[in-house]
Structures are given as C-alpha cells and as structure tokens.
Design a protein around this ligand. Structure first.
Ligand code: CP
Length: 315
C-alpha cells in the first residue's frame, strides 16, 4: 500500500503519489473548520517559525500562507525582496543560507525561475515549500483546486476536467495535470497552438488529451479550469491581440453550456475579466473562484503542518 504524505519539502506534485495527495487533502479538510470559528487559532504549530520568501508578486498565495501559519500559532515572517540584501547583490543561495542560520522550520518560496525551491532544499535545514517556480509547478494551487473539486463533486477519479488558456507558461496547469491524472481524472487541455506545449506526450496514456479547439475540451466537462494569459513570462507574440484571444478562447456562458449542466468553473486568479473569462461566468453560481481561495488557507495549513513534522490525517 502507498504511504501518505510525510515529506519534509513540498517541491511539486510530480513527485507525489496519489496516496500522498489524498493525505494532504484529508488533513486540509480537518483544518478547514478552524477558519469558520470565532477564534481562528489552534496551537498545532506553536513555537515553529515560517518564513515567506516571495520574489514575485502575489495576493492569494502569500496572504494565505501567512494566515495558515498564524491560524496554527506559528510565527510567520514575510521577507520583502525589494528591501532585502538581495537588492545589494547578495546571491539567492547566500540569502537562503543566512535565513536558514536563524533556524526557521519552513521557508515558503516563490521565484520566477524554475528549480529555485529545489536548489534551496539542497542547501537548507528548513523544510522548503514551493509557492510557484517559474512555469514549472505551483503545487499548493493544484492541491487547493483538488480540494475545491472534491468538496463539490465528492470525488476526483473519473471526472472530465478541461484546462483552457496559456498552458505553456502556466505552473498551475502543470501541477494540475500531474495531480488530476494521478488521481484518475481525464484531463483535456486547449489553447492557441502556440501556447500548448508538446512535452505532454508521456501523459497521454495517463488520461491527458490535447484538444484543437476550446469547444472540444469543454464539451461534456465536469470541471472547466480557465487560465490567465501569463504575459510576464511571454517573450514573443503568441497570438495577434487580446481581443482576438478573447473571441476565440474566452469562456462565455455560451461556451460553458457545452459542459455538463452541473459543471463547475475554476480560475486560479488573478483573473482578467473580459479576456479569458466573461464576468457573467466569473460571477455566476457555477463559478467557485472564491471557494478556491477559501480552501487555499486550509490546504496551506495542512502543508505547513506536514512539512514541519505533523502526521497526515488517517495515518
Ligand atoms: N493563484 C495565485 O498564485 O495567485 P497569486 O499570484 O495572487 O498568489
């Protein structure tokens, strides 16, 4: 039998087993009730220190990691890169070693380059949690997406999930494709030909299909996940104009009607209304975008707890 999650670092979904993913989701479920209490705090991580080291901007991920740490009674420290000694020429590794010398239990890192969390994990005594590395992975986003799907559909195996948009530059897409195929979902991706990578061939036998048109991906889907155009990672023109992108790939009510009647809509945020998603969809009862944010706190509580030595629920 596969073992549940007991890893020190969370660097990506790719290296996790289905049992490890389930262990994190079950633990997150037990933590989610804490955020509904009047006093939103338990002593699970009292005496532990978490450092948030974000080299890229973030609203949801950074705030929810900080809230997650505080709701578990850990001490949370946010490092602002613009006011750190990185701006004086210190290397990333030296910064990490200096932070590590202060004996944090966990460093949560977001960086624009793929592989940075993996480098830090080799050098650091603290557990390293990847909060997004370049276009590589965003594991806690995929976990909170999975929690949202599980809460609303009660299972993941057998579901048909459409992922639409800028797949090429999306760490969210990569982590979700790994997670959903490991958990037995059928995943269909679609986007402009220039924004769908060809390196997914090895996942086809695990349940991944690359669709030529957005309509093919959405038809009959249980879950429609829409991705933002990652303009900050694009080095050339991948489509003529945003207006044309919106016409051909934007999620409208008309396109969503191709999905199952009870299909749910997810978007990792930040969303660009009127480009990849119409406001009428984003604000509809089928949209669970704010539920994703809500479950993000519970998932990050579970990840911090497990990364710092806690045992997964059910073990
Ligand atoms: N989904 C996500 O990573 O959002 P932020 O960039 O606001 O953290």
């Amino acid at each position: 039998m596969e073992k549940p999650f007991r890893r020190r670092d969370l660097l990506g979904i790719r290296g996790l087993t289905a049992a490890e993913i389930t262990g994190i989701l079950d633990t997150a479920e037990t933590f989610s009730e804490i955020s509904t209490r009047e006093v939103k705090k338990v002593p699970a991580l009292r005496g532990k220190t978490i450092i948030n080291l974000f080299f890229e901007s973030s609203t949801r991920t950074r705030t929810s990691f900080e809230l997650a740490a505080k709701r578990l009674s850990a001490d949370a420290v946010n490092i602002s890169v613009s006011s750190s000694s990185l701006s004086k020429g210190e290397t990333l590794l030296d910064t990490a070693l200096n932070l590590d010398a202060m004996a944090p239990d966990c460093i949560v890192v977001r960086h624009g380059s793929a592989g940075v969390p993996h480098q830090l994990a080799k050098a650091s005594q603290a557990a390293i949690v990847n909060a997004g590395d370049g276009a590589n992975e965003h594991p806690t986003q995929a976990l909170l997406d999975a929690m949202t799907i599980r809460e609303h559909k009660k299972h993941i195996a057998g579901l048909e999930v459409a992922i639409v948009g800028d797949i090429l530059h999306s760490r969210v897409a990569r982590s979700n494709i790994h997670l959903l195929t490991k958990m037995g979902a059928k995943v269909r991706v679609a986007g402009p030909g220039t924004l769908v990578p060809t390196d997914f061939a090895h996942l086809v036998e695990n349940g991944l299909t690359v669709c030529p048109h957005i309509e093919d991906a959405i038809a009959g889907a249980d879950v429609v996940m829409i991705l933002r155009i990652q303009r900050e990672r694009q080095d050339s023109a991948y489509f003529p104009t945003l207006r044309e992108y919106s016409i051909h790939y934007g999620l409208t009510n008309e396109r969503l009607d191709l999905a199952k009647k009870d299909a749910i809509v997810l978007h990792p945020g930040p969303m660009n209304r009127g480009i990849e998603i119409a406001s009428e969809v984003a604000d509809s009862s089928r949209s669970l975008i704010l539920d994703q944010v809500k479950y993000g706190v519970a998932v990050r509580m579970a990840v911090l707890y497990l990364a710092t030595g806690g045992t997964a629920t059910g073990t």
